[in-house]
Design a protein around this ligand. Structure first.
Ligand code: HEM
Length: 248
């Protein structure tokens, strides 16, 4: 579903079909919770969504509740790609991460994660429509125009990031923080814009996974670790295949 979402043609059609199947499954989960056939805590994400009532006192229609449930699941699963990129970075850029260990200070782990989010072309761009007319750098934008925000280019813009094509987590140890130069999950203020509210959850999940990767004993077999620049969302060509010590 995630794989086919960014393309056109058969892959996209298949993604839509998988999405419908997933929505049917999630609607059934919602019904099963409501009818007591599936027991979950009221406080769990599924429990909260299934049992949430609107101001009118009505429960959400099951197909709407299903979409809300998937809206939580899909981005959480998508974080797995950033985790694959973290594994990729630990292996391919090992010189730059020599100092990292499972017990590293939080600031060191976070700097590594921010550099993974800056460096890799996960979602290289995002599209949107102009809601209010404006002009920028001599270009006129009219209501309804499609625009693309160049996420990858912004994250690697040399005015913000010296030597932008070098993987260097240490740049984030002295980063003052700026909502417009590091935008892998959207830019601007969270409070008033559509910047991803899951950003800190993403960073927390990636931090936990990075510590686990650093603690694990594994080798990386021969594989194609190049990252195709024409695939959306991006992933190393071979994924990131690891062989755990003691397993064959
Ligand atoms: C792989 C990690 C993720 C990436 C790359 C990502 C990326 C994005 C992007 C680019 C946007 C649109 C920003 C904009 O329009 O300005 C967005 C919005 C959103 N994201 Fe994420 N996201 C990720 C993880 C998550 C997680 C873990 C959650 C929550 C569980 C989440 C929830 C949302 C929601 C609810 C919005 C819509 C916000 C709104 O329209 O106001 N995302 N995300």
């Amino acid at each position: 579903m995630i794989e086919g979402a960014g393309g056109f043609g058969p892959g996209h059609v298949r993604a839509r079909m998988l999405r419908r199947r997933c929505e049917k499954w999630a609607a059934e989960v919602v019904r099963a919770i409501r009818e007591g056939r599936l027991e979950v805590s009221r406080e769990s994400p599924a429990g909260r969504i299934a049992l949430y009532s609107e101001i009118s006192g009505n429960l959400l229609p099951p197909d709407l509740a299903a979409v809300e449930l998937i809206n939580l699941l899909r981005p959480t699963v998508a974080v797995g790609r950033f985790i694959a990129f973290a594994g990729h970075a630990l292996h391919v850029h090992r010189e730059a991460v020599r100092h990292l260990s499972a017990g590293a200070a939080d600031a060191e782990i976070e700097a590594f994660i921010q550099e993974v989010r800056r460096f890799y072309p996960f979602f290289p761009m995002i599209g949107g429509r102009v809601l209010e007319e404006f002009s920028w750098l001599g270009h006129q934008f009219s209501v309804g125009d499609w625009v693309l925000l160049d996420i990858y280019g912004t994250n690697r813009h040399q005015d913000s990031w010296p030597d932008p094509d070098r993987f260097d987590p240490s740049r984030f140890l002295r980063w003052a923080g700026d909502p417009y130069s590091l935008i892998p999950q959207g830019g601007g203020p969270f409070e008033t814009d559509h910047r991803c509210p899951g950003e800190w959850l993403t960073i927390a999940l990636m931090g936990e996974a990075t510590r686990q990767l650093l603690a694990m004993d594994y080798t990386v077999p021969e594989q194609d670790l190049t990252v195709p620049m024409d695939r959306l969302p991006a992933l190393p060509r071979s994924g990131f295949v690891m062989e755990l010590a003691g397993r064959s």
